[in-house]
Design a protein around this ligand. Structure first.
Ligand SMILES: [Zn+2]
Ligand SMILES: [Zn+2]
Length: 342
């Protein structure tokens, strides 16, 4: 075989020797200017069809240039070097070296482009700014009022849940939080997120929820509904002390169906359905639990200093309990002290 252009003999590619072939063929291309969109609110960059977070803008520029590199089908790209130089606040000069194989021929090509960073608003932030929501999660305490601390705890839990979902989906966000009737309302981007969030609060706190929907109108021939979830928290939280049939119990854990409580007299753990605890009497919270100095300890009892009267008193030592410090926690109630733990 010989080259039809220069006449050289040897292996040919499309009737041309490697040199003549490479002179008249180019495998890669990139536009002279590329506009990279960055969201002015969340600072995420649009790469392809996805908005992504970058700690360093240079990395976003690299990915964007790579994304826009075009290569011919008959060239197999196996290596790409991307060098980025910042020109000013919004312009980057990008130099690329692409290495590819065409048949058994090694090809190296260099490309240059300018990436311009454009501030824009991503669809998600656009929705948040427009207060877009499809469902409302109304969180309410039952019976006793929310303390500020408690309210913040529940709100943090809700926000954590949404952040977790948002890692997987840009559709998930809370548009706003409004304080209402002793509780708060969360305006949630999608119905699925509203439901998921309600269920999370139900399983975390042993809450109940009710769902109601209202027709908002039509879009493209479909009915558009807005769904409201009313999440009613139970009157107790983990570590609260409850009075049930004249006995004291401490809430050990809460769940979607039932709570685990510990009998403060027998130290027995029992499971109580949530439905039986709706009207329960909360007689103490973790703030009412006191430290008592241990004077002596045997397998059967502790001698402690009463944290309120400073008298020496005995309290039963539960089996298998191992004390961690000089004190134990006790709960004073109607003249008696109840053992709580470390
Ligand atoms: Zn040739
Ligand atoms: Zn954004």
């Amino acid at each position: 075989m010989f080259c039809v252009k220069c006449g050289r003999e040897g292996r040919t590619y499309g009737a041309l020797c490697p040199e003549c072939f490479l002179q008249s063929n180019r495998f890669t291309s990139i536009p002279e200017f590329l506009d990279l969109n960055v969201c002015a609110h969340c600072s995420e960059y649009l790469i392809g069809k996805q908005w992504k977070y970058y700690g360093d803008e240079v990395e976003a520029v690299k990915d964007y240039a790579t994304e826009n590199l075009q290569a011919r089908q008959d060239g197999r790209l196996y290596d790409l070097e991307v060098g980025v130089q910042r020109m000013d606040a919004k312009h980057y000069q990008v130099h690329l070296v692409a290495r590819l194989m065409h048949d058994d021929l090694e090809v190296e090509e260099t490309l240059d482009t300018t990436v311009r960073v454009r501030r824009n608003v991503c669809p998600k932030c656009n929705k948040i700014q427009g207060n877009y929501f499809e469902s409302i999660v109304q969180v309410r305490p039952s019976d006793r009022r929310f303390s500020d601390e408690e309210k913040e705890q529940v709100l943090n839990r809700a926000m954590d849940y949404v952040r977790g979902v948002a890692k997987e989906s840009r559709e998930a966000f809370i548009a706003k939080v409004v304080q209402e009737h002793g509780g708060f309302d969360l305006y949630v981007s999608t119905i699925a997120l509203g439901k998921g969030l309600s269920r999370d609060l139900v399983s975390t706190y042993g809450a109940e929820y009710k769902e109601s929907s209202s027709l908002q109108g039509q879009k493209d021939g479909h009915d558009i509904y807005r769904v409201t979830y009313l999440v009613r928290l139970p009157p107790y939280r983990v570590r609260d002390i409850l009075l049930i049939n004249k006995r004291l119990y401490m809430v050990h854990s809460t769940g979607p169906q039932s709570a685990k409580v510990r009998d403060l007299k027998s130290n027995e753990m029992i499971v109580v359905p949530n439905s039986e605890l709706r009207e329960v009497n909360v007689v103490g919270t973790r703030k009412d639990v006191l430290d008592a100095v241990v004077l002596t300890e045997t397998e059967r009892e502790f001698q402690i200093m009463h944290p309120l009267t400073f008298k020496t008193v005995e309290i039963r030592h539960p089996r298998n309990f191992e004390r961690k410090g000089d004190t134990i926690k006790v709960f004073p109630y109607e003249g008696d002290l109840y053992f709580i733990g470390n």
